[in-house]
Design a protein around this ligand. Structure first.
Ligand SMILES: [Cu+2]
Length: 67
């Protein structure tokens, strides 16, 4: 398992946090959103999913991942 943290632009409320957490749960990843910091920490199995899939899932919901 591995944890990565990304800065994500466009998250403004609990709904955003829930959207991102639910999208990543579908990939089998455990996401924790910190709205104040504007970050998403994701615990995932890097042998199963890649970080680029996580980034794509977040961006598919209209948020912008700072890489
Ligand atoms: Cu929101």
């Amino acid at each position: 398992m591995r944890t990565d943290t990304w800065t994500v632009r466009g998250m403004s409320c609990g709904h955003c946090a829930h959207t991102i957490e639910a999208a990543l749960a579908k990939l089998g990843a455990l996401a924790k959103v910190d709205l104040e910091a504007g970050t998403v920490s994701v615990l995932y199995d890097s042998s199963v999913i890649g970080s680029e899939q996580i980034v794509a899932a977040i961006e598919s919901h209209g948020y912008n991942v700072v890489l």
